[in-house]
Design a protein. Sequence first.
Length: 332
Amino acid sequence: MKPLLLHYYLTNRCNSRCVFCDIWNDYPKIDARKEEVLQNLKHAREAGCKFVDFTGGEPLLHSDLPLFLSEARKLGYITSLTTNCILFPQIAPKLSRLVDLLHFSIDADTPYLHNKIRGVPSFAAVMQSIEIALQFDLIPDLLFTYTDENIDSFEGIYQIARRKRLIVILDPVFELTGDDLVSENTHKKALRYGRKKGVYLNRAHLSLRFSGGNQTNNPYCKAVSSTIVIMPDNKLALPCYHHRKNLVPLNNNLNFMLKNSIRENFIKKQGTFNFCQGCHLNCYFDPSYSLLRNRLFLESLFSKLKYAWAKYILYGRIRSLIGSRISRNVQK
């Protein structure tokens, strides 16, 4: 079974201090080495990965990010990038036509609440970045990680998105212990909001939570099969980033490590470890759904089709998509 997604942690440095994330508190601080990233991109593509998500920390803090995106495009990846926008205004010109799925994190429709959640004053940077991104033919989605505290900010964020013909992504905050930090009432609000035009909510995420999350006796998680997770220090994280039970040095040969017995053993046990009980980590279940053949697969598929229709047909972003593909072919 070929992996679908390369989840590449370029750095554990971050210029935010988000209340729902502690990556910024990791030490020592490490940036991925250019030569290793370029080699791993090539090998992961050969292994079957179609998507690459550059993440962190804050990925824009890595000085070689434009190069990595460019090389990923040449290799035929669909590229994804999520940013807090603090550095985006300066770096935007170097990212033009290099990012297929660009996500701007926004946690409220007012500076006070957004900055409180982010731990730094970044709301103004998000608003500025929206304008700048459109100037460079970069079409950002507004990524709204919702909680009980900020769910009522949705309408304001939705109006910001509608004015600019952008998609709002509703993503429930997750908890590593498997407990759902979000109340049923808040999830119900999110479901109502998710029916609006131009809003993407993967309903499979909520169905998974409502059923108690992953069950170790009948696991839905396919994190190891579907996703390659590489750390900034060039190690393969197994079974996933958040529950990295084993960190395997790649030693300049990702292809070999993907066939290693260590990874094969984790594939057999994926979703069955004690920490997998109740798990609902969005970023790993999203690719997992594609390997299932049940209700979660269908809900995820329909949600993604709704997203594509809204972004490329309803909001007419198909021209940007075509222009991006032409640019990719020219690069090749």
